[in-house]
Design a protein around this ligand. Sequence first.
Ligand code: ZN
Length: 237
Amino acid sequence: MLRAVFFLPLAVLALCAPVKKPEPKAQPRPAVAGMPPPADTIARPAPRPKTIDYDTSQWLEINALDSTIAIDVRYATANNFVGEAMYDCGRCFFRPAVARALVAAHRELRAKGMGLKFFDCYRPRPVQWKLWNKVPDPRFVADPRKGSVHNRGGAADLTIVYADGRELDMGVPFDYFGPEGYHDYTGFPDSVLANRRLLRETMARHGMAHIRTEWWHYNYRPRSYRLDDWLWPCPTE
Ligand SMILES: [Zn+2]
């Protein structure tokens, strides 16, 4: 019974997150309400791209549109559920309409002294294959042949930060697997529930729909896109 209860949320998450290992190396730590976020969640300034090295009719890089947006692409680092880097470099792309919607949401938050911070954006399908070859189990990895909204450039994993880069307390961190990460979990202080509501309502005003089981994941609702294999270039300097 315990096993079933543990795996059910993981199976649901396989649609969004790339890897759900049966025995993760480290469970994310639940945040403690009222405590400051751990040091590794402080936003680093995103380097402003120097050149446009991609097809802007297909893709827009979110921090090229607005350099005040914080980027921490976790799958370009070892600081993720897999424990190793899956991208050669961390860049954050979306389909143009999706990127514009997200910038509009960010600017709405800016007017309130806050902003958006992105953990994952468009996820190229070759990366999805890399993950699938590592863990070929549909309970834990989205099958790249079917793909996910991330593989289509229409999904974002993100949170809200204050102007100084601190993340708002969302109760549990990005990629926390379990009911505490669900939108309908109400066991947190009102301040945490209000933070999640602020994210949900801000996103909804810009066409970004939440999913029930991950407070950090949003899908662009107005339209869907084809699966894509495009890999972004990495800076050589
Ligand atoms: Zn996601």
